[in-house]
Design a protein around this ligand. Structure first.
Ligand code: NOJ
Length: 562
């Protein structure tokens, strides 16, 4: 397996709206990020992935772009962006930009042109279809943000496709002119020195010809269905990505990760096998569905370690020889990992460190989401209006306001799964608004900021922050953490995830207890072979006392002798 920078890197994701405000308008901005670069350097990360900062009416917080080559007013100017890039580079940190090219904003000049007339040269930049004989929609697909995926445009009397909100029309990748315009825009940023691209829902860019209606058991006439099978990992997606490589990516030294909901291991190999020249890695979603019941994420179901481990294990084995894994337990679309997979009460610090150990010792490239490194937790706002996310509001309207569903059940689901869990402002200190802003924050803070914040973490040598710092440093010192082969132990255990990593005669044992009761580790040979504890979330002396027992949420990484 080739050794490369992007396999060895640790990435830190910034959601700019919620990171640091510098001008008191309550919205995070580029100058705010610039003021926090020393913090990122101290953590030790190699790459910053910046969620979108381009011009946007913010229907979906920047994932609806109205000008790909300029910066959102609230975030600053291109000059600020250049300064941010330089500031990162001076500190040896690379910059990965978010590339949102499955759709644009409906306020993008291309769409304004496109909707102006059926004869516009930009008409085919988007996906337009005539209404059916009785005015019905072209097919029965639902939008990922609830409601139909089609919007009727009065001006020309046709529908346009939007897999996300109605202000996010899908771009028509069948059109080579559109593709070339996007490649040109990518070169604009790469020429400025951008080091990486995270490609938003990139596996949705190719739709099945004819856009057929989805078939689903028991569907009433006129009822909506998902339709994902007709646009996820579609027929031409690999052709497009290979073309993108030939025309743009191959000319630069650039790190790439594709966001690919619904991708299987087999799909991921096609996207990331090195000889195929598409992407370096993808974000898979299977482990993010581990607590979803039938009908999707809002039907919250209990997760088990067995289920979670089976998924992660399948991906470890599946991409062992070809392709490469990205590793993440949360991001701006997911609840906070410590609330979801650990314990955000008594064992918050210990369990956050345990999950951090998993993230840095599986094989793949770890992605840390802002605030994860201080153990930020989910929020439970009691008023719906305190939530700002379009996905939450659309879903609530569909299920409760229009669908007659139970308010409390849905509010509970929002507490567990809502994206705003991840988007509450970064908690820097215990002062008003946690040092995030001097104005009124765009989204309320998590009330726990007085207890959980960066200032507190930096002052405590046992903090989650320093544990991340150590894990990141260890990855640099020990190639086994990056390149070592992975092998699962105790495959049936209900509470322990145990595995080894092996490289060139060196062997490490990783033991993770996922629950709040002590667990016996039935691995006599391995435990007897332990020569050294490399890192643990409990003090060393205690770990040595009873090697055969893992305390609540204990994580231990040990070197094994032969
Ligand atoms: C995935 C992004 O991560 C999410 O935040 C966004 O809403 C959708 N794609 C649409 O761009």
């Amino acid at each position: 397996m080739n050794r490369t920078f992007w396999k060895e890197a640790v990435v830190y994701q910034i959601y700019p709206r919620s990171f640091q405000d510098s001008n008191g308008d309550g919205i995070g901005d580029l100058r705010g990020i610039i003021s926090r670069l020393d913090y990122l350097q101290e953590l030790g990360v190699d790459v910053v992935w910046l969620s979108p900062v381009y011009k946007s009416p913010n229907d979906d917080n920047g994932y609806d772009i109205s000008d790909y080559e300029d910066i959102m007013d609230e975030f600053g100017t291109l000059g600020d962006w250049e300064e941010l890039l330089n500031g990162l580079h001076t500190r040896g940190i690379k910059l990965m930009m978010d590339l949102v090219i499955n759709h644009s904003s409906d306020e993008h000049a291309w769409f304004l042109e496109s909707r102006s007339s059926k004869d516009s040269p930009y008409r085919d930049y988007y996906i337009w279809r005539p209404a059916g004989p009785d005015g019905e929609m072209p097919n029965n697909w639902s939008s990922i943000f609830s409601g139909p995926a089609w919007e009727l445009d009065e001006k020309t009397g046709e529908y346009f496709l939007h897999l996300f909100s109605r202000k996010q029309p899908d771009l028509n990748w069948e059109n080579p002119k559109l593709r070339d315009a996007l490649y040109k825009m990518m070169a604009f940023w790469l020429d400025k020195g951008v080091d990486g691209l995270r490609m938003d829902v990139i596996n949705m860019i190719s739709k099945v010809e004819g856009l057929p209606s989805a078939h689903q058991e028991g569907l009433a006439p006129g009822e909506l269905a998902g339709g994902g099978e007709y646009y996820m990992n579609g027929p031409r997606v690999h052709e497009y990505l290979q073309e993108m490589n030939r025309k743009v990516l191959a000319k630069y030294d650039v790190m790439t990760v594709g966001e690919t909901p619904g991708a299987t291991v087999e799909d991921a190999i096609l996207y990331t096998a090195e000889d195929r020249q598409e992407l370096q890695m993808v974000f898979q979603f299977e482990h993010m569905d581990v607590d979803s019941g039938p009908g999707g994420k809002w039907n919250v179901a209990p997760w088990t370690l067995t289920k979670l481990r089976d998924i992660l294990h399948k991906w470890q084995v599946g991409l062992a020889e070809q392709g490469w894994n990205s590793l993440y337990l949360n991001n701006h679309d997911q609840p906070r990992m410590v609330s979801r997979f650990g314990d955000d009460g008594e064992y918050r610090v210990i369990s956050a460190k345990m999950l951090a150990t998993l993230l840095h010792t599986l094989k793949g490239t770890p992605y840390i989401y802002q605030g994860e490194e201080i153990g930020m937790t989910n929020v439970k706002f009691s008023r719906l209006e305190d939530y700002k996310d379009i996905e939450i509001h659309n879903m609530y309207r569909e299920k409760v306001t229009e669908g007659g569903g139970d308010h409390d059940t849905i509010l509970n689901a929002i507490h567990s799964k809502g994206r705003d869990n991840a988007r509450t402002p970064m908690q820097w200190d215990s002062s008003a608004n946690a040092g995030f802003t001097e104005g009124t924050p765009w989204l309320k803070l998590n009330p726990r900021y007085e207890e959980i914040n960066v200032e507190q973490a930096l002052a405590d040598p046992d903090s989650i922050f320093y544990y991340y710092q150590k894990l990141i440093r260890l990855r640099k010192e020990h190639p086994i953490m990056v390149y070592g082969d992975y092998e699962l132990l105790l495959p049936e255990h209900e509470n322990i995830y145990a595995y080894t990593r092996t490289l060139e005669g060196e062997r490490w044992l990783i033991l993770l207890n996922f629950c709040e009761t002590p667990q016996t580790v039935e691995l006599l040979d391995e435990l007897n072979a332990v020569t050294e504890t490399i890192i643990s979330n409990y003090p060393e002396e205690q770990a040595a006392m009873d090697r055969g027992t893992l305390r609540p949420y204990e994580a231990r990484v040990c070197r094994l002798g032969s």
